[in-house]
Design a protein around this ligand. Structure first.
Ligand code: NAD
Length: 472
């Protein structure tokens, strides 16, 4: 087991100023994997000071210069795909196939999109008698969660660097190892000292110190709504910009005439991927009451194919959830749903067979879920699908929009026009039409309680820019 005692600050690995440590645990074996420092407010101060002293020079570099560095980061991500996938499998429990195809490949894909975006972005614009410059927002605090640990880092750090911002990253305590790997990649890319800094630590200490730091210009946070709210309140007091990517309770709506079997099968794959720990997962499946029992039967059959197992095996489709607390939380929700009258179609509260060690949860489908049940309203963040029946299209819309969240969704219909008309009335940030594929260039972010701002693509770059107008 490796023990690390250093933070990446000002272009080098230097000893953490604190004595506390975080033990990183493999959720499939419950065995300790590594120890990393639990950074202190002093570490955060040092990282912010390094980022501040690098800011003006980095912000003044040409887009071509930054493109050179970002190309080196992209190449580093490409060269280390295997190591990234293995690291995420070890610290998060993502099955190795999924870890390779998504946890490692998606950040590489996103970093690649920014090379093109940066190469073609117009940083100056003429508006009447003004020239408007798109200038960097300044010093960015990036605070990220554990569920897509490298993707969420890349989706913030790469566009921030492209914009000319400097960054202090505080990754989630459960997944600091892939964050350290990313810092090595940035280091090897040769960025000027202080442009990128990493402080590992717990949220309530290092995260809170970073979010509240007076010298931070913009806080970009992905995580829970509760923490997002407190970060936004602090940012408000400090007049700082804030970008929040929060939770979701996304609805997949199957309208009459759609390909029901495909819609249900795709939903099962969607909600069980990454053990259900996906903020944009379709955790509510809405089916017309006349087709409801047919949909339940299809879901039961599809769910039976998802037996949890060892995430290092290439055959495994569902690994454990991230930690013991999360496992108890997810099981608690399943029990709560059953107590409230939901019907168990697949899975259940008990540990899956053959998985006595590890933080495993049975992939679960609950039917006869009604809108007021807690399982229909709150984000479970585990492999649990809630199936709701609707009477007519208006009722389906009311159910789809009837949570505090609005991050993602799906609509399936006999034709695209019908699906698009319905999707336009949904209060949510991104919707897949008849199984449309994820697009890393499309803006990603939430309506309502799911957040503020957008990541990815051109919109993601613009989060880290601010306009300055010069009149002539
Ligand atoms: P979390 O809010 O507990 O933690 C997220 C990050 O914030 C971690 O780095 C944590 O250390 C830090 N943090 C915790 N308390 C803090 C504080 N007081 N001040 C500053 N930082 C603090 O969330 P989590 O449990 O790690 O992640 C799961 C949540 O993230 C889910 O709700 C999920 O929906 C959400 N999420 C959203 C998106 C999105 O893009 N919308 C993507 C992934 C995850």
């Amino acid at each position: 087991m490796e023990t690390y005692t250093d933070q990446y600050i000002g272009g080098s690995w230097q000893p953490s100023r604190g004595k506390e440590a975080i033990t990183v645990v493999n959720p499939a074996t419950e065995a300790p994997l590594a120890v990393v420092p639990a950074g202190t407010a002093d570490d955060v101060d040092a990282a912010v000071a390094a980022a501040r002293s690098a800011q003006r020079a980095w912000g003044a570099t040409s887009p071509e210069t930054r493109l050179g560095y970002l190309t080196a980061i992209r190449d580093g991500l490409a060269a280390r795909q295997g190591e990234i996938a293995e690291t995420v499998t070890a610290e998060l429990g993502s099955p190795i196939g999924f870890a390779s195809a998504v946890q490692a490949a998606l950040p590489l894909g996103v970093a690649t999109t920014y090379l093109d975006i940066l190469a073609n972005y117009e940083f100056t614009e003429r508006v009447g008698n003004s020239t408007v410059y798109a200038e960097p927002a300044g010093l960015v605090a990036a605070i990220t969660p554990w569920n897509y640990p490298l993707h969420q880092i890349v989706a913030k750090v790469v566009p921030a660097l492209a914009a000319g911002c400097t960054v202090v990253l505080k990754p989630a305590e459960d997944t600091p190892l892939v964050a350290r790997l990313f810092a090595q990649i940035v280091h090897e890319a040769g960025l000027p000292a202080g442009v990128f800094n990493l402080v590992t630590g717990v949220g309530a200490v290092a995260g809170a110190a970073l979010a509240a730091h007076p010298d931070v210009d913009l806080v970009s946070f992905t995580g829970s709504t509760a923490v997002g709210r407190s970060i936004a309140e602090q940012a408000g007091r400090g007049i700082k910009r804030v970008a929040l990517e929060l939770g979701g309770k996304s609805a997949n709506v199957v309208l009459p005439g759609a390909d029901l079997a495909r819609a249900v099968n795709v939903n099962i794959g969607n909600v069980f991927a990454n053990s259900g720990q996906t903020c944009s997962a379709w955790t509510r499946l809405l089916v017309h009451q006349d087709q409801y029992e047919e949909a339940v039967a299809i879901a039961a059959k599809a769910a039976a194919k998802y037996a949890p197992g060892d995430p290092t095996s290439a055959e495994t489709r569902v690994g454990p959830v991230v930690n013991a607390k999360q496992r108890e939380r997810v099981r608690g929700y399943i029990q709560q749903g059953l107590d409230a009258g939901a019907r168990l179609v697949a899975g259940g509260v008990d540990a899956p067979e053959g998985c006595e060690v590890g933080y495993y949860v049975r992939p679960t489908v609950l039917a006869d879920v009604s809108a007021e049940m807690t399982v229909a309203q709150e984000e479970i963040f585990g492999p649990v699908l809630c199936m709701l029946a609707y009477r007519d299209e208006e009722n389906a819309l009311e159910l789809a929009n009837g949570t505090e969240y609005g991050l993602a969704g799906g609509v399936w219909a006999a034709d695209e026009e019908t699906a698009v008309a319905f999707a336009r009335r949904m209060d949510t940030g991104q919707i897949d039409i008849n199984g449309g594929r994820f697009n890393p260039l499309a803006p990603f972010g939430g309506y309502k309680g799911s957040g503020v701002g957008r990541e990815l693509g051109r919109h993601g770059l613009e989060e880290f820019l601010q306009p300055k107008s010069l009149q002539f």
